[in-house]
Design a protein around this ligand. Structure first.
Ligand code: PAN
Ligand code: ZN
Length: 191
């Protein structure tokens, strides 16, 4: 008897995603991160505190998803929407994470805006891939990943990853990523 026969087989479904706004029809889960959730992540903590105080803890990014079972064989999918802005010249970014099951990959299809996907491995490798509308970034297994918005509109991506992957914020808060993305004299600079 095959594996499928021992498990209840789910029904297929489809959903609508607005490719201009990233809006997903009836997202069951809506994760919101504000500037105050980003403490410990930017190079200039004082600039982050000033932004929180002056702008009333603005929205940083949102994730919309319709969860599927967190099991091997399933594919989790979501919309990630990162606002434009900067903290002490460093562009707004997501926290970033490894997957709890580290050997699981992820696909990000950028549908609006522009920026970079910063990536690193636990053994010291680092990478940055450009994100722009219609561009797909493949995050291989074992790479932590963080997106950065270098534009002046939201950076919106459709993400797909294995259902059992999970999120591991591990050393990100203490060590960050080897590279950061800044605006300097109107230019985007990766340092
Ligand atoms: C994305 C991210 C999303 C938010 O769905 O979870 O962009 O980033 P953080 O989880 O780092 O705050 C993803 O990579 N899922 O695996
Ligand atoms: Zn991920």
């Amino acid at each position: 008897m095959g594996k499928a026969a021992s498990k209840k087989i789910a029904d297929p479904f489809s959903i609508g995603i607005n490719l201009e706004t990233g809006e997903m029809a009836n997202p069951a889960r809506h994760l919101v991160r504000r500037a105050s959730d980003m403490r410990g992540h930017y190079a200039d903590p004082a600039a982050l505190e000033k932004l929180i105080k002056d702008q009333g803890d603005p929205l940083h990014y949102e994730v919309f998803e319709v969860p599927v079972p967190q099991e091997d064989g399933e594919l989790m999918y979501c919309i990630s929407k990162l606002q434009p802005g900067a903290v002490g010249g460093e562009f707004f970014m997501t926290k970033g994470h490894y997957h709890s099951v580290a050997g699981t990959a992820e696909i990000y299809l950028c549908i609006r805006g522009g920026g970079y996907m910063l990536m690193k491995t636990a053994d010291g490798k680092s990478a940055a891939e450009k994100m722009s509308r219609g561009r797909m970034v493949y995050v291989p297994p074992f790479w932590a990943h963080r997106s950065v918005n270098t534009g002046d509109e939201p950076l919106i991506s459709f993400c797909v990853y294995p259902g059992h992957a999970g999120h591991n914020y591990g050393d990100i808060e203490t060590e960050g990523f080897p590279r950061r993305v800044f605006q300097a004299n109107g230019q985007v600079v990766i340092r």
